[in-house]
Structures are given as structure tokens and as C-alpha cells.
Design a binder for this molecule. Structure first.
Ligand SMILES: [Zn+2]
Length: 153
């Protein structure tokens, strides 16, 4: 009586008290089952959808200042957001050399449509785990070899 789990595909034996069980009992698969159920329910059941929205609204009303308190007690969360914001600001101002160079290449590539024209020297800027470009720049040279792979590769 084994069957394949709809989420992970592994074989499992359905519990006797759950006829038509399609997901194995591991946590990820049960979460996937609930998520799918909720999504379907929201799509077809307007009352359910309204109730969920109401509950969310009430929670927000009752927990006013939740995010303020969260930020106050989680400085690393605030710092992380600040870092991301810095990257976004740099991108907007065009200060970030890494993103500058990449847009330049992308534009050139799209405009020319000639794929043989990418040979040349490029500046490679290593981005750290925060995706903030570090100052040490590598100079790399790309040499064009062929217009594409032979079919079948
Ligand atoms: Zn599973």
C-alpha cells in the first residue's frame, strides 16, 4: 500500500486513519500541504479570505509598535537593513562601480546584437557577502572564441 509523496516523491505508507493521504508525514511535506491548501482556500473561498484579512488587521491593531519594538531589540536586523539600503542608494546614485560596469556590458550586448564583440578588458569588482563592492578591482581580459556551441552539446 506504499505510495509516492506529492511533495518529496518519497515512498510512504499512508496512515490508516487518513484515507487518501497524499503527503508523507515529514515536516516539510506537511508544511507544503498546508500552504497549498491555504492558497487554494484563499482562491476559492471569499469568506475565508475576508476572515484572514480581518485577522491580520486585528493583529496589527493589537500589536501596534510591534516592528518598532522588534527593531529596538534586534540591532543586527536594523544593521542588515541599513546595509541593504546603502547598496540600493549606491545603485541609484550610480556610485557602485560593480553595478555600473555590469549595466554597461549588458547594454552594449543588447544594443549591438553582435555576439562577437565582447572581447576586451573588463573590471571585475569582488562583492562581499553583503553584496557591497569592495575597492580592490581585478582587470580581466575576455577573448572571443566562437559564436556558439555546435548543436548537440
Ligand atoms: Zn514527503
Amino acid at each position: 500500500m506504499e505510495r509516492g509523496c506529492e511533495h518529496c516523491g518519497k515512498k510512504f505508507i499512508p496512515l490508516s486513519n487518513i484515507p487518501g493521504q497524499r503527503y508523507c508525514s515529514c515536516r516539510q511535506c506537511q508544511n507544503a500541504r498546508r500552504k497549498k491548501w491555504r492558497k487554494q482556500k484563499l482562491a476559492i473561498d471569499q469568506d475565508y479570505k475576508n476572515n484572514q484579512a480581518d485577522a491580520q488587521r486585528r493583529w496589527c491593531e493589537k500589536n501596534k509598535g510591534y516592528w518598532g519594538r522588534y527593531r529596538a531589540s534586534h540591532p543586527e536586523y536594523v544593521e542588515r537593513n541599513r546595509q541593504f539600503q546603502r547598496v540600493r542608494n549606491q545603485r541609484r546614485k550610480g556610485v557602485n562601480e560593480a553595478s555600473d560596469t555590469s549595466t554597461m556590458i549588458a547594454k552594449r550586448y543588447a544594443l549591438s546584437q553582435v555576439k562577437t564583440d565582447i572581447s576586451g578588458y573588463y573590471k571585475l569588482v569582488p562583492a562581499g557577502p553583503q553584496m557591497i563592492a569592495k575597492s580592490d578591482v581585478l582587470l580581466v581580459k575576455l577573448d572571443f572564441i566562437s559564436t556558439g556551441y555546435p548543436h548537440g552539446l
